[in-house]
Design a protein around this ligand. Structure first.
Ligand code: SAM
Length: 338
């Protein structure tokens, strides 16, 4: 997947002719895509309930505007499968070799990436950190979870991890330079950092983006800018890693389709999984950002989220979101002033 050039973007996604067959009918007829998954464990802690969703409050509600309830945990787990499919079964693109010793996953969420990572690399001690203790307790013996705020100074030693991984965290990061300094300091010389982020925008190769989803993404981007947590583009990801001191930085941009409209079977499956998480995703990312940050009413916010997920289920719209995976290596002779 990674190429020798610094930036790579996936080719156009061709629409399945079967999807185009009857444009009078909006919805997909394959009922197999219509069910949703059910619950994971929840933790006893400090929460607030807002507009029907539960948010973690131990560190305050400002740091993470995504809910942490079971609906969100199910969405995160499904999104992990989507990311795996997008990366054709790989957990990461950084060439970390077969026997890393220490791996850190920041903002681990349900910890599902960290669990897979610990299983994949039995040689490694894997640590997953998050603001919220929503991770399972039955995990591989080489994995532990810690409650930690990534925006503070980290307690880990210099040069102590072979690989540091960050995925889907951009909506919570106000100071990338601070985060990159911690990451760089704690990565071993010769070790890798990988940043995997969906960019909050939708695109369409056949010009069929729907108005409500476009409005949703525009407002979400606006809220992120207002919070000084800009959505990550390919250029920004490259710049962050370059500025952070990493070398041989590569950025691979993949397309995450919304809905099973693609002709290609793998993309169709990814789109179907994204459609399954449409309600949870639209609400999860949008609701608190629109009400808390943009001051919209709960009714208007919820209505926009619902119209957005309806457009995702509408087979006449063939849209995708860019998913950027950027990785780079800490120089073997790392300069001491970083
Ligand atoms: C969208 S989820 C992504 C979870 C996981 N990385 C994944 O891709 O499956 C974002 C996670 O970042 C966590 N988070 C947000 N702000 C954080 C902070 N300041 N320190 C640590 N974790 C944070 C949230 O609690 C949430 O679990």
């Amino acid at each position: 997947m990674a190429s020798s050039s610094a930036k790579t973007t996936a080719a156009d996604i061709e629409v399945d002719p079967a999807v185009l067959a009857d444009l009078e009918v909006d919805s997909y007829d394959s009922s197999g895509f219509a069910t949703s998954t059910q619950s994971l464990t929840s933790s006893i802690n400090s929460y607030v309930f807002e507009n029907g969703r539960r948010y973690h409050a131990y560190y305050g509600t400002e740091k993470n505007h995504l809910p942490t309830d079971e609906k969100e945990q199910d969405r995160m787990d499904m999104h992990h499968e989507i990311m795996l499919q997008l990366l054709e079964g790989k957990l990461h693109l950084a060439p970390i070799g077969n026997s890393p010793q220490r791996i850190l996953d920041i903002g681990t969420g349900t910890g599902i990436w960290a669990v897979d990572c610990a299983d994949t690399y039995p040689s490694a001690e894997v640590i997953g950190t998050d603001l919220s203790p929503i991770q399972p307790s039955w995990v591989p013996p080489n994995l532990k979870f810690e409650v930690d705020d990534m925006s503070e100074i980290w307690g880990y030693k210099d040069d102590s991890f072979d690989f540091i991984h960050v995925r889907n965290l951009s909506q919570s990061v106000e100071d990338w330079d601070h985060l990159l300094r911690q990451i760089y300091r704690c990565t071993k010389p010769g070790g890798y950092f990988e940043l995997a982020e969906c960019e909050f925008t939708i695109k369409s190769d056949d010009g069929t983006a729907g108005p409500d989803f476009q409005k949703y993404m525009k407002l979400l981007t606006e809220a992120c800018v207002k919070l000084n947590r800009p959505t990550v583009t390919a250029d920004m990801a490259k710049d962050l890693l370059d500025r952070g001191g990493f070398e041989d930085v590569k950025v691979v941009t993949l397309k995450q389709p919304f809905g099973p409209w693609a002709k290609d079977e793998r993309m169709k499956k990814i789109g179907a999984m994204v459609m399954l998480t449409a309600d949870a995703g639209a609400e999860g990312y949008g609701l608190a950002m629109f009400t808390r940050v943009l001051g919209m009413t709960a009714e208007d916010s919820l209505a926009l989220c619902q119209k957005t997920s309806a457009e995702i289920r509408n087979k006449n719209y063939h849209v995708w979101e860019p998913f950027h995976v950027a990785y780079g290596r800490k120089p073997l002779k790392a300069s001491e002033d970083k």
